[in-house]
Design a protein around this ligand. Structure first.
Ligand code: SAH
Length: 337
């Protein structure tokens, strides 16, 4: 495997993926970097992330915002507040805005559509990351102008999925993803790496699921235990390396998609984003949420960027990206077909 000549695309089976996950990663990271350069070039796309509500009906066992965590001080931003952050983001140069939240049903179909329509009056791409909704709502958001949707499958190990997501169903999450894809969204998914009881085999299945869906974006993050959840405990630093491998293998098998260097990677390794950008990633999602809300959107502790302000964090990230010879994209950054 590691002695193969460089190819442009790799059709890997489950055994080969497992072999790569168990390897030291050197061949893998280098090759993923080549494939990234060949297919999507040196440009890095910046997406401005707005965390507009931390209110959530779900109880995902790993997430600090789970509904049973009574220590969280809950907030939601109203339309005008969201639009103000969008405008500031556009001024700073963002060509994509990502609206992320817990599953906050206050934002019903009508409210979401109003926000989407207002945002789409600007010449930018809009990504939603607001969890599971019925087909007709996803359709309404698409008709209102939303371009992309992020919904991680989290894990394809069904029994693990069940344990981690009380009152949710793996089948429904999967169906949501296929609905999004069929509605014409650029569809993003991904998984957590290092969950208790998660196996290398199931990570290989996760990667094969990304391929099966033909995902347009994949976000991979190391699991970071949150002290106010049942999964509290020691952070395993090895999760970083494994997450990086899952990400790099994804680049090999879906070579032209958009792959972020995730905030969770930066959180457990101070150089995490740059390492990810050199191992297959081509997207960074700086947080442009303001003030207090950043601290309150604590899906895991010590989230990178929590104390930066939006302007300096953008400048710092741009300098870092340029320091490794990469450029900042000035386009909306859709998947290159
Ligand atoms: N409610 C939305 C957004 C979820 S937050 C949705 O369901 O899609 C975005 C991502 O944060 C989740 O998909 C999950 O993969 C990740 N996340 C949650 N808790 C985490 C933790 N403790 N460590 C690392 N990542 C976590």
């Amino acid at each position: 495997m590691r002695n193969l000549e460089f190819q442009n695309k790799y059709d890997l089976n489950k055994e080969q993926i497992i072999e790569l996950l168990k390897s030291d990663g050197n061949w893998l990271f280098n090759t993923a970097d080549h494939v990234r350069k060949y297919y999507v070039g040196d440009e890095v796309h910046l997406r401005g992330l707005i965390e507009f509500s931390n209110i959530c009906r779900c109880n995902c066992q790993y997430c600090g915002l789970q509904s049973s965590n009574k220590k969280v001080s809950r907030y939601r931003l109203e339309k005008e507040e969201i639009l103000q952050i969008v405008k500031d983001g556009i001024k700073q140069g963002y060509k994509t805005i990502v609206l992320q939240s817990g599953e906050d049903m206050y934002f019903d179909s009508n409210k979401m559509c109003e926000i989407i329509e207002e945002i789409k009056k600007f010449d930018i791409a809009l990504t939603l990351s607001i969890g599971e909704r019925p087909y007709k709502e996803y359709k309404a958001f698409k008709d209102a102008g939303a371009d992309r949707f992020l919904l991680r499958i989290e894990t394809t190990d069904k029994s693990l999925y069940k344990k981690l997501h009380p009152n949710m169903s793996f089948e429904n999450r999967q169906e949501c993803l296929y609905n999004l894809k069929s509605l014409g969204y650029e569809t993003g998914t991904g998984c957590l790496v290092g969950l208790p009881e998660q196996t290398i085999e199931s990570l290989a299945d996760d990667i094969l699921f990304f391929k099966e869906l033909d995902a347009d974006m994949i976000g991979i993050g190391p699991f970071i235990p949150h002290p106010d959840t049942a999964l509290r405990g020691e952070l395993d630093p090895a999760n970083f390396d494994t997450a990086l491998k899952v990400m790099a293998i994804t680049r090999l098998i879906l070579p032209n998609i958009n792959i972020p260097a995730t905030t969770a990677m930066e959180t457990i390794n101070p150089q995490g984003r740059l390492i990810a950008l050199k191992s297959g990633a081509n997207v960074v999602m700086p947080n442009i949420t303001k003030g207090d809300c950043r601290k309150k959107y604590e899906i895991y502790p010590n989230k990178a960027g929590t104390i930066d302000n939006p302007l300096t964090s953008r400048d710092i990230i741009i300098k870092k990206i340029q320091s490794i010879g990469r450029t900042i994209s000035t386009t909306k950054g859709f998947r290159k077909k």
